[in-house]
Structure formats: C-alpha cells, structure tokens
Design a protein around this ligand. Sequence first.
Ligand code: NAD
Ligand code: MG
Length: 362
Amino acid sequence: MKCLTVELGERSYPIWIGPGVRQKLADLLQQAGIAPGRKLFVVTDQNIAPLYLEDTVQLLTEGGYAVHHFIVPAGEEAKSLAIYEQIMTEALTIGLDRKSAFLALGGGVVGDLTGFAAATYMRGVAFVQVPTTLLAHDSSVGGKVAVNHPLGKNIIGAFHQPKLVAYDTNALTTLPPREVASGFAEVIKHGLIWDASFVTWLEENADGLQAFDHELLQAALLRACSVKVAVVSQDEREQGLRAILNLGHTFGHAFEALTGYKGINHGEAVAIGMVAAARLAERLGLAENISERTVRVLRQYRLPVALPVPLDVDEMLDVMRRDKKGEGGKLVFVLPTAIGKVDIYKNIEEEPVRAVLAELYE
Ligand code: NAD
Ligand code: MG
C-alpha cells in the first residue's frame, strides 16, 4: 500500500492506496487523529451496502468505534437536498455531536453527499473518504463536496477536506464495466491536463489495467491522484490553477444535465466533453492534431466519444453559460494546447462552440 499526502498546512491529509487498505481502516483513522470511542457515521448506497458495509462496520467496531450507518439510493439522484435532509435527521436522531466523524463508503455520489453533510452538520465535523469506484480517485481528493439542484449540478456545496482517504483497490473488482470505463475517463483526464508521459503509459497498459492487474491499477491511481494532489495543494479553493481539473466538464455537465443525469454518467460525459474540448481547441487554432489521439485513448478504455442522443445546441449553451466556472454568462473553457497541457480560456465566442456541438455525433 502506498501513501500520498495532500499538503495543506494544518488541513493536510494522507491518501492510502492499494489492495487491502480497508482492512487497516481503524488504524488509519486513529493515525489521522480520529480516536477510538468516537461515533462514526458511515454513509453508503444501496449497491455498495450488500458488498462492503457489514465488514466495514465490523472492522470499525472491533477497532473501538461506535458505528452507525445510513444507506442512500444508488445513483446521481441521491445527491439531492432531500436526501441530505434525511442524513441530517438521522445524524440528529442518533445523537452525533461535534466530535463525531462522517465516513463516505462509496463512489463520487456518496462522497460528495456525505462530505457536504459533514461540512455543514454543526458547522462542520470530521470526514473520511473510503472510495469504492475508480472515478472516486478524483472525487475523494481535494475537498469539493456538494449536492445538485435541479437547475445545476454541484451548485450547493462547500470545500471540506477529509481527514483521510483510504482507497482499497480490492473493492474495485465488483464495479460494473460501465463504471470502470467512467472512472478511466477521469484517470485519462489527469494525464491530458498535466502529463503526456502518463497518457502514453495509459495507452500502453490499457489491456492490463482493464483486466484489473492490481499493480498497474495501483500505479495508475497513484499517478492520477498525484496530479490532483499537485493541483489542489497549489490552489485549494480554485482561485486559478485548479480550474484545469475541469477539462471536458463544462461540456460534460451540459450533457449530463440535458439527459437528466440518467442516459450518460459522469465519466462518459467528461469523455465526450474532452473530445469536444480538443475539437474546439483545434478550431480556435490553439492546438493541432490532438483530437484524434484523444478519441483513440478514450476508445481504448471503451468510452463514448460522441453524443449518443441528439441534444439541443441552444439548451446546451444555456447550461454552459450558467456553469459556475463561468463569469457573467460568458463561455469559459479549459482547452488543451497539446497532449498533457491545457489552459483556461475565458470569453470564448459562441459560434465555434456551436459548430463543435453540431458535429459531436458518430
Ligand atoms: P457513483 O457514486 O454513483 O457510483 C457509480 C455506481 O457504481 C453506483 O451505482 C454505485 O452504487 C456503484 N458502485 C460503487 N462502488 C461499487 C463497487 N465497488 N462495486 C459495485 N458497484 C459499485 O458514481 P461515481 O462515478 O463514483 O461518481 C460520480 C460523482 O462524482 C458525480 O456526482 C460527480 O459530480 C462527482 N465528482 C466529484 C468530484 C469532486 O471533486 N468532488 C470529482 C469528480 C466527480
Ligand atoms: Mg469530474
């Protein structure tokens, strides 16, 4: 098992990655300053509960913690104010106090929702991330937590860093193939924004990684998390640099919103969004010959590279203008200038964006 550290002064925290990390959870919590005897509130979803809840609760109970749990529905719809309120009600009913800790056992949905609950319960309590999806290498690191509003994704949120991320690669083996692909979208994104040699490595190891070779998987997650850690350590609250993590996301959020967060999942939307960003960069003369390679590596990981259903261009533009990265209704995009390099462009004209969207079909 390997460890990375997010360096944020007194808010610094470790990310443990490897097979079997979950077995050591009680020790890792103690090391992170969450002493046995404290109340732990484990939040998970309906798919993960039958796989990993019982043994997680048992391990933590044996480690001396007073463990409660709450199961939310699976899927993006759980990231809602309604479910958030249920979590608050449960937390109050079981008597959690300011010394209690919330523990997210799950993917990005459970992580974002539980993190937002932890950030706001009694003005903020300790929070632990135990990611169970590949995509959650991204969502569990960096402290962005949120729920959705029908008019915008992640629009009600906070910055609340976890005390610890305990990432057990063994838990990834039960993921459905589509979720595996979705997770690789964000892994590839971390290469595309920061490290061309990582993209090459991902191209070369696509088969081994998709066969869940544990050493390769640990290496991929370490590298992808290192990019996120480097960015977040420099710009915790997205004053500038951190926005590069949104490559493909302005487009992607529009695709997710207009398909009602159903037809296309987050990683798939980001994959299509990264293709759109590469094409837009080429169209604007910011980059050459990058969309083809972007498409190729995404396809290697069985990700979609075009919209599967027709979406209204005007509606997409409306959502993108409302994106919280935007300022005053302008179109703001993170665009690649080469493989492994991106920049932030504010005030992009509408016309080239329209052209890219109109051609984003197979
Ligand atoms: P998810 O949490 O919905 O998990 C995907 C599906 O896999 C769910 O059905 C879940 O029940 C199931 N599942 C999870 N772990 C499993 C396991 N080990 N075995 C079998 N099934 C399992 O989705 P996700 O893709 O992990 O996360 C997407 C969310 O993450 C989005 O809401 C996105 O906005 C958010 N996100 C947040 C950040 C951030 O910085 N906070 C970054 C990226 C994404
Ligand atoms: Mg994302």
